[in-house]
Design a protein around this ligand. Structure first.
Ligand code: AMP
Ligand code: GLY
Length: 420
């Protein structure tokens, strides 16, 4: 079958890598793709936020199955447009993707199905929000309601920080995404991520992971999109996974179906674990990045069968096969990230890297220029390895890092510390 993947990051490289290993995969196109993806798939530079453009491209190229990587095309309704054209598509409708695109929407769903999460309130005026934060006191969490590229959340440790966050968001820092503000109780605990596929009815767990959000070793420095990840997450014990499915995921999926917006795709639940139970921090309507890289490393070719079963409403007929293995990914980023950084610096040493079922360098932000790989983004490479133990996976990943020659890049040296 001919398959189209939308996106250009390490997540999409990992999806392409796993899908390509499946004998069902014929022609594989990634739009827009990157230099690493170009080594295993065709890349096509089309506007992936325009459902009409994507549907026409898919028809012209006899695409049988589309996998949508990032949230922006989901929120823009690209999956709705593709399904209307009769194209099998992995990714929720724009209505269902509100679970990521609107924090207030998710909180309402949680209230409606009694899913454990932080207490909350919503505001569309700064004065009311300020009065509420002043009454509740710090620590408190202030969020722009809409999509803000992962930057719309302030965990305020002081009352002043909370008030400043309200002013920043209502001041227009995130445009329309900040027209409404959600204010939440601060939840202490350890964070972990849980991934399930859902076909509108059946829920199929496909793994757990933890990432490292701060830029520097020891969880110091500014917040980033994620500097590394590993799977499984030991904090998500079987008992907590069961509780999460019973109290959070299944009730959410049932509530979505009841509202006439069944959820079809991968659901990424960000959880806070404390006192032996999980509460929901947030949902995302897509795979995490770099969490996807470790999940794909562990799932391999069966990822395609699972995503196809999800898109075709057959999840009740499939079961993921797990090796008792571990995977870990180290993000190499441009020096300066998440602040200002140089683009166009050259990366050497990639040709000699292993590309096996156990070790793979996924590209997140690269392009090819004059036969060389250059960095084009903040997070640039995801050096990923698998092993019988987390320690083995980590040693393999850092061995690869040591052989990458990129003076303008940096990485954390302690990915996985919490679990080791
Ligand atoms: P979100 O985009 O909603 O996942 O928020 C980004 C990050 O802020 C999360 O990964 C948490 O680390 C933190 N966070 C969000 N909401 C809360 C909360 N209610 N309590 C504690 N931390 C939170
Ligand atoms: N790594 C966090 C995310 O993808 O949202």
């Amino acid at each position: 079958m001919n398959i189209l993947i939308l996106g250009s990051g390490g997540r999409e490289h990992a999806l392409a890598w796993a899908i390509k290993q499946n004998p069902k995969c014929g022609r594989l196109i990634v739009a827009p793709g990157n230099a690493g993806i170009a080594q295993l798939a065709e890349c096509a530079d089309i506007n992936i936020l325009d459902g009409g453009v994507v549907a026409t491209f898919a028809e012209e190229n006899a695409i049988d199955f589309v996998v949508i990587g990032p949230e922006a095309p989901l929120a823009a309704g690209v999956s709705d447009r593709l399904r209307a054209a009769g194209i099998t598509t992995f990714g929720p409708s724009a209505a269902a993707a509100q679970l990521e695109a609107s924090k207030a929407f998710t909180k309402e769903i949680c209230d409606a199905c009694d899913a454990p999460t932080a207490a909350w309130a919503r505001f569309d005026h700064a004065a009311d929000a300020r009065a509420y934060v002043t009454k509740m006191g710090a620590p408190i969490v202030v969020k722009a309601d809409g999509l803000a590229a992962g930057k719309g959340v302030v965990v305020a440790e002081t009352l002043q920080d909370g008030l400043d966050a309200i002013d920043m968001i209502f001041g227009g820092a995130f445009g329309d995404a900040g027209a409404e503000v959600v204010i939440e109780e601060f939840m202490p605990g350890e964070e972990a991520s849980f991934f399930v596929l859902c076909d509108g009815q059946t829920v199929c767990p496909i793994g757990t992971a933890q990432d490292h959000k701060r830029a520097f070793d020891g969880d110091q420095g500014p917040n980033t999109g994620g500097m590394g990840a590993y799977s499984p997450a030991p904090v998500l014990t079987d008992a907590i996974v069961e509780q999460t499915l019973a109290q959070i995921i299944r009730p959410t999926m049932a509530e979505m179906a009841r509202r006439g917006m069944p959820y079809q795709g991968v659901l990424y639940a960000g959880l806070m674990i404390a006192d032996g139970r999980a509460r929901l921090v947030e949902y995302n309507a897509r795979f995490g990045d770099p969490e996807c890289q470790v999940l794909m490393m562990r799932l391999g070719a069966q990822a395609l069968d699972l995503m196809l079963a999800c898109a075709e409403g057959r999840l009740d007929q499939v079961t993921p096969q797990w090796a008792e293995d571990h995977a870990l990914s180290v993000v190499m980023a441009a020096r300066g990230y998440p602040g200002a950084y140089d683009k166009g610096t050259t990366i050497h040493g990639l040709d000699s890297q292993p590309e096996t079922a156990h070790q793979m360098v996924f590209h997140a932000g690269t392009a090819e220029k004059d036969g060389q790989v250059v960095a084009t983004g903040g997070r640039v490479l995801n050096v990923t390895a698998r092993g019988d133990t987390l320690a083995q996976a980590r040693a393999r990943a850092y061995d690869m890092v040591a052989n990458i020659d990129w003076p303008e890049g940096f990485c954390r040296n302690d990915i996985g510390w919490r679990a080791l």
